[in-house]
Design a protein around this ligand. Structure first.
Ligand code: M6R
Length: 612
């Protein structure tokens, strides 16, 4: 979604901001812009629809757009189409103040009406432009940019991460946040503002994560953080602990492919240091819970969106099976508006790769308002969800750039499975099971590597289905959510309509769609319900369906009804999703690539959905 980059220092801000914006491209956007205060002290603004490369085309050479202070923005349209007029930065009527904004100003219509009645002229359809005029309005009265920003923000309802510059103060950036991430980067005699550390990590690893209602004023020499009521805030400087290489593609054609191939390592990172071989169990210290508190859990509600919702659903199957605790899985967007029933003894877990998904964050807040303990399973350290929960577990998947989530999914599933074992062992699960689980889990990274060796074979299968218009994914039990995830992967990057179903449900409707043209991708692994799914696939075969089967290595019988079989290594039931999803990720990737689509930045999608 929208991204912010700002620079203030001795270097030319323009190339730094442009480079930072390029690093944010993965988040999804449809227009971009940049404002600098040049050496003459003039505010220069450049905006363009499309990609950063289009913005660069309309800009003068960097030496001709020199200035030490600059802010830039990638916009993912919410209010108003992706046009030049709607792109950020927005400027005040006097052409002095430029503002970039992430989030949504909910009362913008009211504010806009008032400002128009005061003579302000608006040129865009956005909610964000109101901020430029409002700050301009207070600046005229106060002649102090920090005060003007605070006064303006006091009138605003909604969410924002903003960065503001003013040609009267060429050596100043004012930035503020509420509900939308904003980070101050501290370099050597230079500062950065960003909504995502990926934009600035090549310059500095020292950062301050701003909290809601905080305002930072940055000059070339220093910075000060205050809250909206002018109290000085003592901020904590954090060190980013990942490398620039993690946000570069290396030899891979796309980030998504790189991230699929990183899974042997990312899954291992999700369980490293969390296995207790002595007691044949698992440790998840970040939950800050005593054994008694664990034992007193009567119900779990897991809240998430998209792929994270699918991993949550696997979590339900695992926890219910191993710990016999009832688990409800909710879409965050539904939970937050439905007056949810949260019985005593319930804990809530929110699952989010980014830790910034607006609906998940709102659901978390709603649950906490009701006095329930909320735990987070997130990837991004210091994210809003990580900070606002009562405790949590980082999945340590490393930066995920591809919009289609892959390695974060398997890492989430790993952590949820660990939780299932932990809760199970607290209750009735035998140590022999715990021991077997730990042994099997340790073999998973190698088994994923073995599946990845089939990459070329899977690409050949992808070639046979790349022109399909529909696809059906079937699975049962632990692999039913994997079928949902496989279908989501295919539709979001290849734009082929795909549905995931519990295999037996097929005969209650979707079977009507089956013909020789529609690929049916079935997960039919050797487990307790193997025979059941084989019967379901016989029904597909009887209707001339073309079946691609994910099967357990050595199972020859599936050959009879399958057009193609992708074999994966055997493991225990609860760990199957960590293996069965990998060929589905590769299949979706290759279909999209063979269709010559923009795999890493599929149309209309954003990496982190920070608006409702
Ligand atoms: O960052 P989150 O895990 O909260 O994001 C949730 C969804 O927006 C995300 O999983 C989305 O569905 C992905 N594009 C899936 O690949």
């Amino acid at each position: 979604m929208c991204g912010i980059v700002g620079y203030l220092g001795k270097r030319n801000a323009t190339p730094i901001v442009i480079e930072g914006l390029k690093r944010l491209e993965y988040r999804g956007y449809d227009s971009a812009g940049l404002a600098i205060i040049d050496t003459e002290g003039d505010l220069k603004v450049f905006r363009e629809e499309g990609k950063i490369i289009d913005l660069e085309r309309i800009m003068p050479a960097p030496e001709k757009s020199f200035g030490n202070t600059g802010i830039g923005h990638t916009r993912w349209a919410t209010h108003g189409e992706p046009t030049v007029a709607n792109a950020h930065p927005h400027i005040c009527c006097r052409n002095q103040i430029a503002v970039v904004h992430n989030g949504i100003i909910e009362n913008y219509k009211l504010l806009k009406k008032k400002l128009i009645s005061e003579g302000h002229i608006f040129v865009s359809d956005t909610d964000s432009e109101v901020l430029a005029h409002l700050i301009g309005y207070f600046y005229e009265a106060e002649h102090d940019l920090v005060t003007a920003v605070k006064e303006a923000l006091k009138l605003v309802e909604g969410t924002y991460g903003i960065a503001v510059i003013c040609s009267d103060n060429p050596d100043l950036i004012v930035a503020a946040r509420k509900g939308s991430p904003l980070i101050l980067g501290i370099g050597n005699d230079e500062f950065f503002i960003t909504s995502d550390v990926s934009a600035i990590i090549i310059h500095t690893k020292k950062v301050i994560y701003l909290h809601d209602d905080e305002v930072v004023s940055v000059t070339k020499e220093n910075f000060e953080i205050t809250n909206i009521d002018n109290e000085v805030v003592k901020a904590k400087i954090s060190e980013i602990d990942w490398e620039v290489s993690s946000i570069e593609k290396g030899d891979f054609k796309h980030f998504m492919l790189k991230e699929i191939f990183e899974q042997p390592t990312s899954v291992e990172n999700a369980f490293r240091g969390r296995l207790d071989h002595k007691l044949s169990t698992v440790k998840l210290g970040g939950l800050n819970m005593t054994p008694d508190e664990f034992r007193n859990i009567e119900k779990i509600q897991i809240i998430a969106c998209g792929t994270s919702w699918h991993s949550a659903l696997i979590g339900k199957y695992v926890i219910e099976s191993l710990a016999r605790i009832s688990v409800e899985v909710e879409y965050a967007s539904e939970f937050r508006y439905k007056n949810p029933i949260i019985p005593p003894g319930t804990i809530v877990i929110v699952v989010s790769q980014s830790g910034e998904t607006a609906d998940t964050l709102a659901a978390l807040r709603e649950a906490r308002t009701r006095g329930v303990k909320v735990f987070g399973i997130t990837n991004v350290i210091g994210s809003s969800i990580a900070r606002e929960t009562d405790g949590g577990v980082y999945i340590h998947a490393g930066t995920e750039i591809g919009v289609a989530s892959t390695k974060a999914f398997t890492s989430q599933v790993t952590v949820l499975t660990l939780l299932g074992v932990l809760l199970g062992r607290m209750k009735h699960l035998a140590p022999t099971y715990g021991k077997k689980f730990l042994e099997e889990l340790k073999m998973i990274p190698n088994k994923i590597s073995e599946i990845l060796e089939n990459n070329h074979y899977i690409r050949n299968i992808a070639d046979t289905i790349k022109s399909s218009t529909n696809a059906l994914y079937l699975g049962r039990g632990f692999n039913y959510p994997v079928a949902l995830e496989g279908a989501l992967k295919l539709k979001e990057i290849s734009y082929i309509h795909a549905e995931g179903y519990p295999a037996a449900e097929m005969k209650h409707g979707p079977i009507a769609l089956i013909d020789k043209n529609m690929p049916v991708i079935a997960i039919a692994l050797k487990d307790e319900i193997y025979d059941k799914i084989i019967s379901n696939l016989a029904e597909v075969k009887a209707r001339n369906g073309r079946i691609i089967t994910i099967a357990t290595r050595g199972d020859d019988s599936v050959q009879d009804f399958s057009e193609n079989v992708i074999y994966i290594p055997e493991t225990i039931d609860v760990l199957q999703p960590l293996l069965s999803v990998v060929p589905l990720q590769l299949l979706a990737y290759h279909v999209a690539d063979l269709r010559e689509l923009n795999v890493d930045q599929p149309r209309n999608l954003a990496k982190s959905v920070t608006v409702e």
